[in-house]
Design a protein around this ligand. Structure first.
Ligand SMILES: O=C(O)CCC(=O)C(=O)O
Length: 292
């Protein structure tokens, strides 16, 4: 029996996303699914890869002390449970509703782990994802940020700047700059506006969505709790390769091996959801699943 109603966003939620550039979605994962995901995340962080396939990249390397933020890109290559979440048709259906896309594909995933009391070494600098993704257009890509723990300001939840998806691209943004105050000053000077971020406070098992132009970042984990998440970067179907941008070196350009104007498609950009391709939903292993 389903534990939760199928949480496709309604008209008011879609309006909210389009106006503010983010949306907090309800819970989609049961306690059982969360427990399994946390267990598999710990294995990936430790470098124990179930599939024997390596992730695209990671920092720090497996075996090095995990005393700062741990980032594993394309963790879904390494583990079946992580893969199931990264390719969830429910998340795809929500993203399709928010963007109006016919289908949603994976751009890449990013497992993020902020260890307890990791302080400023866990911070993520203010940035717009599109600053890293100009090799893809149009700029309507989005991210599903899935909380595997309760997240709040104490353990360094993500913060977004509402409405900033309409500000244009601000080159000062930098995921890796942990001097948040200095970065804020430079971004405010460049944008000619004040940053007024709001925290994405989420219970474990729920998620937020943000537009690829929305400014976001996060502060330190000062708590005794971990902050574990799977960040799932998504492409509306029809997003195309744009050659010759500052992000020509993005690994997805290499994975596509295409020409200017080619759609990002094929096995490296798997489909999560295609409208009308799935008719029914059920809870399987504690998570929502499409049945056909
Ligand atoms: O988890 C964070 O604090 C930042 C995540 C992020 O940059 C993203 O979801 O695009």
């Amino acid at each position: 029996m389903p534990e939760y109603d199928l949480p496709t966003p309604g008209a008011a939620d879609i309006r909210f996303y389009r106006e503010h550039g983010y949306w907090l979605a309800p819970r989609i994962l049961s306690d059982e699914a969360l427990e399994s995901l946390r267990d598999h995340l710990a294995r990936v962080v430790a470098g124990e890869y179930e599939t024997a396939r390596l992730p695209l990249s990671r920092s720090p390397e497996a075996g090095e002390p995990a005393d700062k933020i741990v980032q594993v890109n394309n963790a879904y290559w390494t583990d079946s449970v992580i893969s199931r979440l990264a390719l969830s048709p429910v998340i795809g259906a929500m993203a399709a509703a928010l963007t109006g896309a016919k289908a949603i594909r994976l751009w890449h995933d990013q497992l993020l782990f902020k260890p307890p009391q990791s302080g400023e070494s866990g911070q993520v600098g203010w940035h717009q994802d599109y600053g890293y993704w100009q090799c893809a257009e149009p700029a309507q890509m989005l991210t599903a940020w899935v909380a595997l723990d309760d997240v709040d300001e104490e353990n360094g939840c993500m913060k977004v700047v509402p409405g900033s998806h309409r500000w244009g691209l601000i080159p000062e943004g930098d995921f890796y700059d942990q001097n948040l105050a200095g970065l804020e000053e430079r971004i405010e000077a460049a944008a000619g506006r004040k940053l007024e971020p709001v925290p994405c406070i989420l219970p474990a098992g729920s998620l937020s969505f943000h537009h690829c132009m929305t400014l976001h970042g996060s502060g330190p984990n000062r708590s005794l709790r971990p902050r574990r998440s799977l960040v799932i970067h998504l492409l509306p179907e029809g997003t195309r390769y744009r050659a010759g941008t500052p992000n020509e070196g993005h690994v997805n350009v290499r994975l596509l091996s295409g020409r200017d104007g080619d759609p990002f498609a094929g096995p490296f950009f798997p489909v999560l959801y295609r409208r009308d391709s799935v008719g029914a939903w059920e809870i399987e292993d504690g998570a929502w699943t499409a049945t056909e």
